[in-house]
Design a protein around this ligand. Structure first.
Ligand SMILES: [Zn+2]
Length: 187
């Protein structure tokens, strides 16, 4: 964060998943309880934390930068088939543009996307949707694959959105191949 001059509050939290874990703290350290949660309680605490930090600290570009840096560290240098490891068949994936606030598919309307669950325009989630497309499918994707995954109606839309996000591409044989910005170019 310091390197890129981004300042955000950092909260230490311990989440434990083993139900048999028990812990005790001294009377003078009871505030520690606020930082240690069972996995079942975490979403409740997360919402509480979110409520107490309503100020927006980061611009969309900064969020994308951090997202990309973290994803980069987790996936570089190799693309990995996460679905295979989880035993999920690729055809089981729900196709379309995801509203990450509601985890539902948002329909394409008037050159963008509007989520019918939260009624918000969710065009700013395009980058994350495209990154998920690479993460779940391959480090390189052709127009047809992106079109199918995001459930777009034509190839022109794919080209225009990839261009808007600055996703690099190369011509391989007779088709254009887009390259994941978070995976190594050598693989
Ligand atoms: Zn939504």
């Amino acid at each position: 964060m310091k390197q890129v001059n981004i300042s955000v509050p950092v909260l230490n939290q311990v989440i434990y998943t083993n139900q048999n874990v028990e812990f005790a703290v001294k009377d003078s350290e009871t505030e520690i309880y606020e930082k240690i949660h069972r996995i079942e309680q975490f979403t409740y605490h997360f919402r509480k934390i979110k409520k107490s930090h309503l100020q927006r600290y980061l611009s969309q570009a900064q969020i994308e930068f951090i997202y990309q840096t973290i994803a980069d560290r987790c996936v570089t240098p190799f693309w990995k088939d996460h679905l295979l490891g989880l035993g999920i068949d690729r055809i089981e994936l729900i196709k379309g543009f995801m509203c990450y606030d509601c985890n539902t598919i948002a329909p394409h309307v008037y050159g963008g996307w509007r989520c019918t669950t939260c009624s918000k325009k969710v065009n700013d989630m395009l980058y994350q949707n495209v990154i998920d497309c690479f993460l779940l499918n391959s480090a390189t994707l052709n127009v047809a694959e992106i079109k199918a995954f995001l459930n777009l109606t034509n190839s022109r839309q794919v080209l225009s959105y990839m261009n808007k996000l600055g996703i690099k591409s190369e011509v391989a044989g007779r088709e254009r191949v887009f390259i994941s910005p978070i995976h190594s170019r050598n693989n």
